[in-house]
Design a protein around this ligand. Structure first.
Ligand SMILES: *Cc1c(COP(=O)(O)O)cnc(C)c1O
Length: 450
């Protein structure tokens, strides 16, 4: 493994002359590597102007011996992310940002021998999206900015609630959430609409795709310029970076517990490939991850690509794991930038597509065998566990099953227990307005509200 000190971007291990400029980590667009921005610009812009996604100009290589699994998680996370924050005005705030954003447990529990559950859903809105949304919110609030900004998000599931909770009552930031009216479950709707104050929620007469189109056109519409729009979906690098840290932490902990004799593999339920890309970055940085396997629902663009070598995005189909209903995974470009040759991509990436029938059967089997209720997304990874080797694997659990009671109750003849955070959210009153599929009407309502 390369030593951290030998990398030009880190700069340690050499005696720097006085007053030398600190080397800054830059972020480049996947479409054009010559476009290079600071972390702060990449966070503010979200998507690069050329339509590409920001990636670090190089993935830092770390020395394992510098890390200890006994370091408390938020401090450990700050240590992992430090090279990405090199030279940024956010650098000195990083430990505090991690302390505030990563303040809930992320346990790695054993299920049976060689099978573990990495539970990412103990945040305020009960999905792994809380990790990225809370960290992004802390970063954006810590940036010196004179202008108020507006986060515009559309959601079919967990992103909207995570963003609302993360930005609720944050100073100088307003949030507009669009969701397709009548097309999300009652509990999902409640989680998105129970905020108010700086969070303005609109039920749009239209589909999820209509909402996405509206958001896209707002970004290029001069009448929206004074909102100073910013995005909080998984294309924003600020959501991806903190997700590296739970793979780093749990892989190192497992490795040390085994005395360095064995390392853990991860099976990751995936849609837009955001959570998975973070895992590949953690592995590239040098954390002891044996292997990464992707589990998709019936939307099988990745597994098809691995067979044919041709990347063919297509319209998404709806499945029981609805937060993964993606036909054109936005982070595919980031993964391809990491493994540009198809042969390397094929060597590093494995993917299985899991049907609704297999999801249902897995939810039933996990309950019968282990008395464990899992959500439909986690069930795709649970199914894939049966398809891979006997080595140690962590099934990545992305949401609390109580968010998906409408899928689970008919299968198990019982409702998943309500977690305390869900009870807190369900006790809050809801606020939202309805609007047509019309950008002008949305703007007028938002101007009146804020
Ligand atoms: C968003 C989401 C996923 C998919 O994550 P990606 O980063 O888009 O691959 C999986 N499970 C749940 C519960 C989600 O909310």
């Amino acid at each position: 493994m390369q030593k951290a000190g030998s990398l030009p971007l880190i700069g340690a291990g050499r005696i720097l002359p006085k007053q030398v400029k600190v080397i800054t980590m830059k972020f480049m667009s996947t479409q054009n590597h010559a476009v290079q921005k600071t972390l702060a610009s990449a966070l503010r812009e979200g998507l690069a102007a050329d339509g590409g996604l920001y990636i670090p100009t190089q993935i830092p290589q770390l020395t394992l011996a510098d890390f200890s699994p006994t370091t408390p998680y938020p401090q450990f996370a700050a240590q992992v992310l430090k090279p990405f924050f090199m030279g940024s005005e956010l650098g000195s705030a990083l430990p505090m940002l991690c302390q505030r954003a990563l303040d809930f447990p992320i346990p790695l529990n054993i299920l049976v021998q060689n099978t573990f559950m990495l539970e990412l859903f103990h945040g305020p809105t009960l999905s792994f999206k809380d990790v990225g949304a809370r960290f992004l919110a802390e970063c954006l609030c810590a940036l010196p900015s004179s202008r108020k900004m507006t986060i515009l998000v559309t959601t079919s599931g967990d992103t909207g609630s995570a963003a609302a909770a993360a930005f609720y009552r944050k100073k100088n930031i307003d949030v507009i959430i669009l969701y397709p009216k009548g097309q999300i479950s009652a509990r999902q709707q409640h989680q998105i609409t129970c905020w108010g104050e700086n969070i303005f929620t609109l039920a749009v007469e239209g589909t999820f795709d209509d909402c996405q189109r509206l958001v896209k056109s707002a970004f290029s519409d001069p009448k929206w310029r004074h909102f100073n729009l910013c995005t909080a979906n998984s294309i924003n690098i600020g959501r991806l970076l903190p997700q590296i840290t739970y793979y780093a932490y749990t892989s190192l902990k497992f490795y040390c517990d085994q005395g360095g004799a064995e390392s853990l593999g991860y099976i990751i339920p995936t849609g837009n490939l955001g959570n998975a890309t973070a895992a590949y970055w953690a592995m590239t940085m040098g954390f002891p991850i044996r292997e990464i396997v992707l589990a998709t629902n019936a939307n099988c663009v990745i597994s098809d690509y691995l067979i044919s070598g041709h990347y063919k995005p297509r319209p998404s189909i709806s499945t029981l794991a609805n937060a993964m209903d993606v036909g054109k995974p936005s982070n595919f470009e980031r993964l391809q930038a990491l493994y540009p040759s198809f042969t390397t991509f094929q060597n590093k990436v494995r993917a299985f597509s899991v049907s609704d029938e297999e999801i249902k059967a897995t939810i039933e089997r996990f309950y019968q065998k282990y008395q464990l209720i899992i959500c439909p997304h986690t069930a795709t990874a649970g199914f894939v566990r049966g398809q891979v080797s006997g080595d140690p694997w962590a099934i990545v659990a992305t949401a609390d099953p109580c968010k998906f009671e409408t899928v689970i109750e008919p299968l198990l003849q019982q409702a998943p227990p309500l977690s305390p955070s869900m009870q807190t959210l369900l006790a809050r009153p809801t606020f939202y307005q309805e609007v047509g599929n019309d950008l002008e009407a949305i703007r007028e309502k938002a101007e009146r509200y804020f």
